[in-house]
Write a new protein. Structure first.
Length: 112
């Protein structure tokens, strides 16, 4: 199976993204969800999948519903987004409003 479709890796990336967006360090977040920092590191790197109990703690600590941890399409690394925006702007006469509408229309409805 392709690495792009590795659910443990994508889940780990999503958890890491949401953790950082909420300004938690790995250590402080691990303490908050009552696991070892090394275990959180393994989850975020896609080495191990969290148990259902840990997944529930992660979702609660991040103030999201558990299913939101699996919204992989909604997550693009910020550098990927920046490159795409630069490409679109440099290759066309698109306005800021058109660009905004383009990206909002591609977001899952649950995030709008």
């Amino acid at each position: 199976m392709s690495e792009n479709f590795d659910i443990k890796k994508r889940l780990g990336d999503r958890i890491k993204f949401l953790r950082k967006a909420r300004n938690f360090t790995q250590e402080s977040f691990a303490e908050k969800i009552d696991i070892e920092p090394q275990s959180l590191s393994n989850i975020e790197r896609g080495k191990f999948a969290p148990s259902i109990e840990t997944l529930q703690k992660i979702a609660h600590a991040l103030s999201v519903h558990p299913y939101e941890l699996y919204l992989f399409e909604a997550l693009s690394p910020i550098e990927e987004i920046k490159r795409e925006l630069i490409r679109i702007i440099s290759e066309s006469d698109v306005t800021a409003i058109e660009l905004y509408n383009h990206y909002v229309s591609q977001m899952p409805k649950v995030l709008r």
